[in-house]
Every structure is written in C-alpha cells, then in structure tokens.
Design a protein around this ligand. Structure first.
Ligand code: GLA
Length: 381
C-alpha cells in the first residue's frame, strides 16, 4: 500500500508527501452507547487508511483515491462541497478545523486503505482521523488536541455525511494502542487503557458482507428514539441529560409516556452501559466466561430490542452458540457487517470451518474471516 501511494504521489505531483495513517477499530462491548453518554470499549486494529500529503501553496485541495481510482479537486469554502461521497470526508475535516479557528490551506494528497468497507470497522473514521491528524501537524504545529481531532471527525459525519454518530470510532482510530482496548466514558471524556491479551482465546470477526443502504437513516432514528426516552425521564429526574444517566426503574416510570419502540431502544441502552463496566471488571479477573456471556446478551439486545441486526448476523450468532464459542455479537452500528467472536483456541478451526460451510449453504456466499490484531492508532510514518 505504501509503495503504491508514494509512486502515485510522485507521478501526480512530482514530489514526495509525508505519510500518515490511522486505523479501523473493533469494539469488544458498548454498542450504541456513545451518543447516549455511556461507555464504549474499542481498540484500533492493524488495518486502516494511509495517505501521503503535502501543502501545495494554493487554496485548492487536490486528492487522489487509489481504491476508487478517482482524482478530485475542491476549494476550502463552505460552498465547495464535493459532489462525490468520499471527498466529503476530507472536505468536512478541513471545514471543521477551519470552523474551530484552525488553519488549513491547499494540499496535495494520495490515499489508500485496507479496512474492509461496510464491515462495521470504521473505514470512514479512519479516513477522517488520518486527515485530521495530518492537517493538524502540517498546518497547526500539532496544537489541536487529539480529543478535538476526534470531534472534528465526528462533526464531519454529522455536518457533511448525514450520520449523527457518536465519538467512539474517531476516538479509537486516534487513541488506539497496540495490545490495548480503551474504555471511554463518552460523557466525561475520561478513558483508560486495558491490556487485552486473552490467554488461550482468539478474537475473530465474521463478515456477513451484507450492507444496508438505509443504514444511516435507521441509525439516526435510533438516536432520536434514545433522545425522546431520555427527555421523558428527565421530566421526572432533571439530572438525566443522557440515557446513560438513567436508572432502569426510571425508564419504567415513563413506560406509558413513550412509544413501545422508544421504550425497547432505551431498555437496551441502559443495560448495555452496565455491561461495559461488568466486562471490564471481568477482564481484570481474567474471567472470559463472563465477558462472553455479556457479549451474547448484547447481541440479544441489539437484535430484539434495538433491532439493528439482520438474518445473516443472527444466524452467525446462533451458530457461535452451537459451536460453544465463548462470546459472540454483532459489532458496530449494525444492519449488516460483522460479528465479533471470542473463541477458545482449540475450538477456533471447527467454528470457522462450520461457519463458512453453513453460512454459504444458507445464504449463497461465504462470510469473510478477519483475525483481530489490536494496534496503534493515528501516526506519522
Ligand atoms: C457506528 C457509529 C458509532 C457508534 C456505533 C455503535 O459505528 O459511528 O459512533 O454509535 O455505530 O456503537
């Protein structure tokens, strides 16, 4: 990937840019909790987006995507929004830095990635984080702190890509550390690294290769449900700003004030916030059985209460249970993508072979298998 990027950069711009990269992410547990002020527990992985970048002394951004084989130019004013989808992530990052009083001028860039697209591994956050990190170094002497860089990526999604996402993906992409998961309190911004080397286990992702076109509007709808439920609870308990502040019994108090659908969404979130804490406690005791059981509970919630699973994901989850996999659940926003599985080493081969066989038989295509390696986040190469 690196050589290809450097070669293309040279052929397009006749110089050598500086190389930056940022990572995709997994999340062990804590799904749809970030925009509810709850905990998440992600880590960066060993695939990501890499870019060569160099200021070009103009006010135009000139960028080539190797994976799309497409060259785009755009200006830096608000009315220069690119028509294509992918350049909007870069344009958004530039705009969000400028809006915060930071500096961005024209630059040349070539980038490529190896995060599987649409698999729920946050390729878009990796793209935003790569550019946010690089533009901070190239134009702002690194003066924007990393948390703000994550917010810049998040605001890019909100304001230029139509997804009202939380902070988890950009945070993980920027803060990731080799061999560690990060528990983030999305309300306070406090975070803690947990070394993650589950002795005798493997973490494997099974990608259904299913992508839903309406995923971003369905995602935004989930968020609205949560906000309505939190507002109803706040009427009785003014200290509640986010669903993560609410006790389960407080939700029961408003059961007949909110729709059944909003109730179920909120029930899932309140349970999930607690599960992250339980998993972190269990990890400190090396109690992987509890970690795994919580993962199955999360899957149940995401499938039946939050309704962001799909037939293919439910199939893989059931199969994992049958194969005695310790923990399994849909990962990321849902509506397709991967399951994350915590599996004993001695069961790994049987599980993967069975999943490949039975999934293919049922759905006519094979799931993809990714072995997870927890790696560093954003960096200059
Ligand atoms: C997507 C969003 C994140 C988070 C997850 C679900 O990945 O970008 O902010 O909400 O879904 O946990």
């Amino acid at each position: 990937m690196k050589e290809k990027i450097q070669e293309k950069f040279k052929s397009l711009f006749a110089t050598e840019g500086t190389l930056y990269m940022s990572s995709g992410r997994i999340n062990l547990i804590g799904e749809h909790t970030d925009y509810n002020g709850g905990y998440v527990f992600p880590g960066a992985i060993n695939c990501g987006i890499m870019a060569a970048i160099e200021p070009n002394g103009t006010d135009t951004v000139k960028v080539f995507s190797i994976d799309k084989d497409e060259y785009v130019e755009f200006g830096l004013s608000e009315d220069s929004l690119p028509e294509q989808h992918w350049p909007r992530y870069i344009f958004g990052v530039c705009r969000e830095i400028l809006k915060r009083g930071g500096k961005v001028e024209g630059f040349n860039a070539v980038f490529a990635g190896d995060v599987p697209l649409g698999a729920g591994l946050s390729s878009s956050a990796a793209l935003e984080s790569t550019f946010a990190f690089a533009l901070n170094e190239l134009f702002n002497n690194g003066s924007i702190d990393k948390f703000e860089l994550a917010r810049i990526g998040q605001s890019t999604e909100h304001n230029y890509c139509g997804v009202k996402c939380g902070i988890m993906d950009q945070f993980a992409s920027l803060f990731g550390k080799e061999g560690a998961l990060i528990r983030l309190n999305c309300k306070t911004g406090e975070y803690k690294y947990f070394p993650f080397h589950p002795q005798g286990y493997k973490v494997v992702l099974l990608d259904t290769c299913v992508k839903h076109n309406l995923a971003s509007s369905a995602y935004n709808k989930r968020r609205e449900s949560c906000e309505r439920a939190a507002a109803a609870i706040k009427a009785n308990h003014p200290e509640v700003d986010f669903l993560s502040d609410a006790k389960r019994v407080w939700l029961d108090e408003v059961r007949d004030k909110i729709s059944e659908e909003d109730f179920l969404r909120a029930e899932y979130v309140i349970g999930e916030v607690q599960r992250v804490l339980d998993v972190c406690d269990a990890l400190e005791r090396d109690d992987y059985e509890t970690v795994g059981e919580m993962m199955y509970q999360t899957h149940f919630g995401l499938s039946k209460l939050y309704e962001v699973s799909c037939e293919e994901l439910d199939f893989l989850n059931k199969l994992a249970r049958k194969c005695e996999v310790t923990g399994s659940r849909v990962m990321g926003g849902g509506f397709g993508g991967c399951t994350i599985n915590l599996v004993k080493e001695e069961l790994y081969d049987t599980f993967v072979t069975t999943a490949l066989e039975q999934f293919t038989q049922k759905f006519g295509h094979a799931p993809k298998i990714y072995n997870v390696v927890i790696s560093d986040g954003a960096r200059k190469l």
